[in-house]
Design a protein around this ligand. Sequence first.
Ligand SMILES: Nc1ncnc2c1ncn2[C@@H]1O[C@H](COP(=O)(O)OP(=O)(O)OP(=O)(O)O)[C@@H](O)[C@H]1O
Length: 293
Amino acid sequence: MIETIELTKTYRSVRAVDGLSFTARPGRVTGFLGLNGSGKTTTLRMLLGLSRPTSGAALINGKPYAELSTPLRQVGAVLEQGISHPGQSGRAHLIGQAMLAGASRARVDQLLDAVGLADAGHRRTGDYSLGMRQRLAVATALLGEPQVLVLDEPANGLDPEGIAWLRWLLRGHADAGGTVLISSHLLAELAQLIDDVVIVANGQVRRATPLTELAGADGVRLRVRGRDPVRLWRAFEDAGGKVTADEQTPTLEVAGLTAEEAGEAAFHAGVPLYELSTDAPSLEQIFLELAAA
Ligand SMILES: Nc1ncnc2c1ncn2[C@@H]1O[C@H](COP(=O)(O)OP(=O)(O)OP(=O)(O)O)[C@@H](O)[C@H]1O
């Protein structure tokens, strides 16, 4: 479980994180989304004890990172910066980290296999591609078999196959009861993966909701064309809809009514309809609207 409570971080005049409160729950993959500079990395760094909050709290399983008794066994992290020495092999890097996390060599080999680096384990990490470095970072995060995973832009540098692999891995972790928090500035990249979404802008939460409820009924617009647009307009407004017109065509756009309600209203007004369709905004559109400061 991950929780931030009124979390705030200021750098001189910049409020990088501004009273941020959200929860990422076990069994769920939570997407932490915002445009560049919205405060995601700063928040994750505070969760991982790499930066101290100006005020508020960032908690892993109910405690600040610094108070966790066995942090590497409770939380695994993939951060943007490289973590390994370029001259070291991937396997040597993992063995060094395994000692800190109290993990065995058998676990190192098992993880190299699980992240698709079994054949590249002996190669210098300096020669790894960005995607391979991301895979190594994921293996490092998993060493201590932590319940909580925090990943900052992990899809960076991964090809479609790598993204599919990451999705499979994180889904499995959450389905086994783990908590996964994953940041990105692209909703499209995560839409197939996440259960819940927390959208931030200017260091504040704009929306925290299950992904399936992000669009909500308010987001759906109807496109309606009929014989008498003026009477239709009035009928829809009388039924509680909010109507706008497309200037180029006699088509009305209606918010706040279902297709059934609009059809009934047109019928009662005695206006034949030529077209009635629903126009749901894409998740990306909604995200961009919410994320724009
Ligand atoms: N060490 C620092 N000193 C001063 N300002 C900082 C520092 N770290 C972050 N900031 C500022 O805080 C704000 C939030 O930055 P942060 O890196 O958390 O955003 P982000 O959402 O992770 O962005 P991105 O998607 O580009 O990684 C930005 O305005 C940034 O310039």
